[in-house]
Ligand binder design. Structure first.
Ligand code: G3H
Ligand code: 13P
Ligand code: ZN
Length: 311
């Protein structure tokens, strides 16, 4: 099966009350860990590539690795550009064979966000590629751009119909209290997503797929392991899994996960070196890291997203 768009995946996810996992990929072991779990759990999958990932790994390498995963697993896989920052970046991915792109104009004024998204949609749709855009602004760090809590803002539900109507985007990322990175909420507080906003957005856009960025749960087991083996991540806190499950049962069809992959990999490698200080063969520590990613992704698919058996 060739790479697919997310259209069918989202339609079924919306109707079925579950969500598709969109996992960020940066190298071979990450791609293998994610896709092996998805294959064993028969889960549809979105693999997403950020601008930072393109700079790190080279777009051609990433595309070929994802193609290898498609060949190995036979799964419906959508290859998505995460946080595209310009028309040119989106065009380059569309021309390079991506099946989905995000144009992130969330920091722009409303009219400029619309104009940019529309330009990308026109180019993408002519070539069979789907487009995600964002309204509202998440706090956190992405591609070295730090958005402070004060500069973040919830999505305004009264804007979504006009935005989707005028741009023609295929899915919409909204800000309901999640943020990028491993420090999403103040430690000791009770993290609460704004489900009232999600509800209001989905009332205004019936049947339309919503995307949740910054949706890692910052799995405590991995944070503890990092801290135990020489790391220093006090106060790391993510989105509680029951709130992700609730979002997945509502209009959220795509849940973005990167930080949990990083934590799984880093925790495993830290532990490995603490226990084997004399080892230096990368396969010895990247192998367990890949397995940790696989099991973490399996947990997300089965226990959080509910997309197992839906491929
Ligand atoms: O939303 C951001 C993702 O976690 C990607 O992060 O830009 O550092 O690759 P990155
Ligand atoms: P996390 O940092 O919560 O994993 O979010 C990732 C993301 O939104 C990628 O676009
Ligand atoms: Zn994001």
């Amino acid at each position: 099966m060739p790479l697919v768009t997310s259209t069918e995946m989202f339609k079924k996810a919306y109707e079925g009350g579950y969500a598709i996992g969109a996992f960020n990929v940066n190298n071979m072991e990450i791609i293998q860990g994610i896709t092996e779990a998805a294959m064993e759990e028969k889960a549809p999958l979105i693999l997403q590539v950020s601008k930072g990932a393109r700079n790190y790994a080279n777009p051609t390498y990433l595309k070929k690795l994802v193609e290898a995963a498609v060949e190995e697993t036979g799964l419906p896989i959508c290859l998505h550009l995460d946080h595209g920052d310009s028309f040119e970046t989106c065009k380059s991915c569309i021309d390079g064979g991506f099946t989905s792109v995000m144009i992130d104009g969330s920091s722009l004024p409303f009219e400029e966000n619309i104009a940019l998204a529309k330009k990308v949609v026109d180019y993408a749709h002519d070539r069979g590629v789907v487009v995600e855009a964002e309204l509202g602004r998440l706090a956190g760090i992405e591609d070295e751009v730090k958005v402070s809590a004060e500069n973040s803002s919830y999505t305004r539900p009264e804007e979504v119909e006009e935005f989707v109507g005028r741009t023609g985007v295929d899915s919409l990322a909204i800000a309901i209290g999640t943020s990028h990175g491993a420090y999403k909420f103040k430690y000791g507080t009770n993290p609460k997503l704004r489900f009232d906003i999600l509800e209001e957005v989905s009332k205004r856009l019936p049947g339309f797929p919503i995307v949740l960025h910054g949706a890692s749960s910052v799995i405590p087991e991995f944070v503890e392991m990092i801290n135990k083996y020489g790391g220093n991540m006090p106060g790391a806190l993510g989105v509680p899994e029951e709130q992700l499950r609730k979002a997945a049962s509502m209009a959220v069809c795509k849940i973005n996960i990167d930080s949990d992959l990083r934590l799984a990999m880093t925790a495993t490698i830290r532990k490995y070196f603490a226990e084997h200080p004399d080892h230096f063969d990368p396969r010895q520590y990247l192998g367990p890291a890949r397995t940790a990613i696989k099991e973490m992704v399996r947990h997300k698919i089965v226990d959080v997203l509910g997309c197992n058996g839906k491929a």
